[in-house]
Design a binder for this molecule. Sequence first.
Ligand code: ADP
Ligand code: MG
Length: 717
Amino acid sequence: MDNLKSNSISENFGKNLFSDEVMRERLPKDVYKKLKKTIEDGSELDRGIADVVANAMKNWALEHGATHFTHWFQPLTGITAEKHDSFISGVETDGRAILHFSGKELIKGEADASSFPSGGLRATFEARGYTTWDCTSPAFLREDAIGVTLCIPTAFCSYTGEALDKKTPLLRSMEAVNEQALRLLRLFGNTTSRRVIPQVGPEQEYFLVDKAKYLKRKDLIYTGRTLFGAMPPKGQEMDDHYYGSILERIGSFMNEVNVELWKLGVTATTQHNEAAPAQHELAPIYTQVNLAVDQNQMVMDTLKKVANRHNMKCLLHEKPFRGVNGSGKHVNWSLSTDDGINLMSQGDTPEENIRFLLVLACMLSAVDKHADLLRYSASDVGNDQRLGGYEAPPAIISVYIGQQLEDVLNHLTETGNAGTLAKKGEKLRTSVRTLPEFEMDTADRNRTSPFAFTGNKFEFRMVGSSDSTSTPNVVLNTIAAEAFADVCDRLEKAQNKEEFDQMVHDIIKELLAEHKRIVFNGNGYSEEWIEEAARRGLPNTSCMVDAVPALLEEKSVSMFERFHVLSQKELESRAEVEYETYAKAVNIEAKTMLDIAGKDIIPAVMHYIGDLSATVQHLHGAAALMGGESVLSGYAEEKRLRQCTELVNEMQKALEKLEIVRAEVRSIEDLRERAVQMHARVVPVMDDLRTPADKLEMIVDRSYWPMPSYGDLMFEV
Ligand code: ADP
Ligand code: MG
């Protein structure tokens, strides 16, 4: 019972958060009001309040057992970084420690930026980088083996003000979409909403494996995925794992994860087994995008830490096991106002519905125009293994909107004055002039679409499971801002209501006609779709190195600069970091394969071959004694011996080739070229090395195989 009590949601929720409630309690009224204004309206932070806030934060943290504080930031590595300082600032004459935390320490920190990827934004000799307090995301206490640490969410910029992180562009993109969406709302007569805020709920998929087995897999340790491994007799074909009953060991892990997250104010809600064996999912309730992105980092961190406590390892890689479902992050995205209007929802009135259709048309045009950027935003090294593969979104961006909505849109574009659209048995009615209410079938689902409209939000299903959710949201916010801005530029010229209405209709029609090709409601996993998409001229970008150039396309640069989200220089730096990261990751994978093949698999197979040939000799002798033909003839063993010898030779050849091409490509100076060649030349040889090894795994006596198999990893958690 004690155990149950300590797990209660109400007792734990937000316990470790410097929340609004804590601030209201502990800050003087005027300070609280000023801070709240910055948090809610995005107005500039009054630096004068920093000391008071810092002191309240410190007292609160110390009361909760904190010993250290840290600026918590999100460099371009995609994960978080932190440097801890204790609260000790000196010693009193009587020997007691002086505990101190100033406004300056809260607001600004200095971090050696040269140790983080910056893509040339600063050289090592100008290493200064600054972390600055992001008061829109509450400070929190993290409890772990280190103790209790006060974590202050911060942005990370260079000395010259360039963003070196994933948070700064996100905050800028929120401003951009806020401004443009408000413009649109005002045109439709809304005078009351003060802000439009992107709302995001990221669903997180992950795998759990036993820690002892994990530690026997160098590939998992160094690269997060298996680089060798034959399929077990059983995969996911029985569909018995998805939504299956949760094992006790996993259940107790999930329970602890939930409690830890609740304490941090993360609304961990949904949990279930996913499609693949050992695969699971966790989803929080959606919240404003900057918090959602921060919280997703906490979710990933918590999953890993708690798994370790339970003698398991959490694999966040997009494709830990070849041939088995991969993991993604479904980014559910919508826009809503501070007074509760969801711009992605159909409304109650004709005006609201026509606005909804205009927003939808804007989104279709934005996604079509910037499909390459969205594709880029979902690319990371691991996702190259997942996208377009087994049971994963294809590498082609398209939008699922459901049949009903497509009918409405088709009718609009074809006739321009739909009149009443009603299908038998359905409540769908709409007219272009005075769109009456229509009911959309939100139950319609299409799991194969990379970007699906699900009634009141878009679900971007392509994003990688280990990646930060920042970049996809930066792209979504900014392309939406651009589409709204372009439409507003035109609509603001209308002289009167009638002209305005006419223009809205014309624009919807025009956008739909121009961008209809992006709509696809069919099966995204099918071969036919790949052909159809090619006919429609939609890009099919199969790998990360081909996706990154989208960042520097003229239309991307001009958009990001127009809305002050990322400068050309910042975009260039990001592209460079991507190429460098890709090349490094593939290099590590190749070296890990060489290590495992050369030091574990080949020696084990040679050992087996030696023993097997001794057995064959022995059997020949025995068979001769017994008069020849019998099960002792050694026929099967000889065949096996031949197979093993051939395959191990094949491995040896591939290994030698991999050693050479890896070293060659690694020495290419130009980062983009190095990444491109890693993909073009190194990755195929890695496959050449893997194929014979996986065949050998199926032949060689189990007791000789040097590491746990897929079956051991996935079915014996
Ligand atoms: P689905 O079944 O479509 O995946 P869920 O209800 O399971 O939908 O929601 C998935 C995620 O989407 C959750 O994190 C949820 O909070 C989030 N979500 C729901 N509504 C919205 C919305 N309007 N905007 C953004 N995210 C949302
Ligand atoms: Mg979903």
